[in-house]
Design a protein around this ligand. Structure first.
Ligand code: GDP
Length: 444
């Protein structure tokens, strides 16, 4: 993940401040050096790093920590605020009819991002279409078509045409039923005049509401020139950072954001169409700094366990992390979660899990209300122990029997099984995304 290193190294430095109520100048020096080192090694532009560290130093020295605030929390808040300020808000993308133009060098991830973004908009109830105008890269058409199919969104391209401007024009007409048009363009290995001329012509025809520059997270300072040239030719409103799953860098993309005076729109975190996150600065920085509000989460877990009357051994993080949990576990966890508060809030407190996962879950995955739980409990009382331990084996005839036995509708039994599946999937994602150690610590 971008600037990943910053979180861990900074935490190490900050931990040394534990127990201190005041910061010495040396403490601040050390923290600022650590921040500089991490940001520079993540390829963030030197002048940006200097600006950020000067601001942090100045504030840490001049501001008076509120009474009773430990030095560690005080400085962490300053670092957090300054980083949020540096990265800025995410690119504004209203959930309504719009046209988005993607620009970037070949291989930056434009085609993949077009399908991912279309998928993301479709999860928001919009009807997106991808228009592929890349006539330069062999295979671009097939790849785009296949990805649009996987994302289950409309698609237009013309493998026989060599005129990207004409394809863009026709594409907009052919997909006029869609609300969100995402126009993918050709890239080159480097910025060439004909590429710039081509994208300017496409921009003219498409008249996009938003133009996004797609950048590979591993790009270093080269991002600056690219960003500048694309910005001069079509005007860049935002940046999509791709391949964050493969690098700890990403600083080049931040430089591009600064250079174009724009913001980050999306993050790409894998090769599948669902591997996309809408950028959210607060959550991103909290995650980056490993803040994630673990202490509050731990508190909630403890409180919930007391209220739920759960024994330690009932809550086995090992099982949960491996996604091997049964309906019995689910019932206990639902009870505990209900006592903890809304699941989406709880997820926000866990480092490594943010908006991305939440957005991918259906609305009612979060709906662990008392009423639903009571119905579920009644239904489960009519299940055999074997069914509860292995819910996947429950078929139509069992559903009928369970509904009759519990005096509920078959639909409600199916809903329970659906909820189980969603929670099981969530647990698997926890396993994939959260830091295991953090989870273990949190659950113990
Ligand atoms: P384009 O030339 O800009 O259209 O780039 P592509 O969309 O074809 O992407 C180039 C390569 O990067 C492909 O192999 C993609 O599968 C891969 N790719 C794109 N985005 C991501 C990402 O977020 N993570 C990973 N791991 N691979 C990605």
């Amino acid at each position: 993940m971008v600037l990943d290193d910053l979180g861990s190294s900074l935490r190490g430095t900050l931990d040394k401040l534990r127990g201190k109520s005041r910061l010495s100048e040396e403490d601040i020096e050390e923290i600022v050096k650590e921040i500089q080192r991490s940001l520079l090694s993540a390829d963030v532009d030197v002048s940006l790093v200097m600006e950020l560290s000067d601001n942090i130093k100045e504030r840490a020295l001049e501001e008076e920590p509120p009474a009773g605030t430990p030095a560690r929390d005080f400085v962490l808040r300053i670092v957090y605020e300054e980083l949020v300020d540096l990265i800025g808000d995410s690119t504004e993308l209203p959930l309504e009819e719009q046209t988005i133009l993607l620009a970037g060098l070949q291989g930056s991830g434009k085609t993949t991002s077009a399908a991912k973004m279309a998928w993301w908009f479709s999860t928001k109830g919009l009807r997106p279409a991808v228009i592929q105008t890349d006539t330069f890269r062999p295979g671009a058409y097939d790849q785009a078509e296949e990805m649009a199919e996987r994302a289950e969104v409309d698609f237009y391209g013309d493998p026989d045409s060599e005129d990207p401007v004409e394809i863009a024009r026709e594409g907009l007409e052919e997909t006029s039923d869609a609300d969100v048009h995402i126009v993918d363009t050709a890239g080159r290995h480097a910025l060439e005049d004909d590429l710039i001329a081509e994208i300017e012509e496409i921009e003219d025809v498409v008249d996009p509401d938003t133009s996004l520059l797609v950048l590979d997270a591993a790009i270093g300072q080269g991002a600056k020139d690219q960003a500048q040239q694309f910005d001069e030719s079509i005007g860049i409103d935002g940046v999509v950072i791709t391949k964050l799953d493969g690098t700890a860098k990403g600083g080049g993309a931040l430089t591009a954001v600064d250079q174009t005076d724009s913001s980050i729109a999306f993050l790409g975190t894998g090769e599948e169409v669902q591997d996309v996150e809408r950028f959210e600065p607060d959550g991103f920085i909290s995650r980056l700094l490993g803040m994630g509000d673990l202490s509050q989460l731990a508190e909630r877990v403890e409180r919930a366990m007391e209220q739920t009357d759960m024994e330690e051994e009932d809550w086995d993080p090992e099982d949960m992390l491996q996604g091997q949990f049964t309906l019995n576990d689910m019932q206990k966890q639902m009870e505990a979660m209900n006592n903890m508060g809304p699941l989406d809030q709880v997820m926000d407190m866990i480092p490594g899990i943010g908006g991305g996962i939440k957005d991918q879950l259906p609305e009612d995955a979060m709906d662990v209300t008392q009423e639903r739980m009571q119905t579920f409990t009644v239904i489960m009382d009519s299940m055999t122990e074997a069914e509860k331990e292995y819910p996947k084996a429950i078929g139509a005839s069992q559903i009928q029997r369970i509904a009759r036995g519990s005096g509920t509708e078959e639909e409600q039994v199916r809903e329970l099984l659906q909820q189980y599946k969603m929670m099981e999937r969530t647990m698997k994602q926890f396993q994939g995304m959260g830091s295991e150690q953090e989870m273990q610590r949190m659950m113990q």
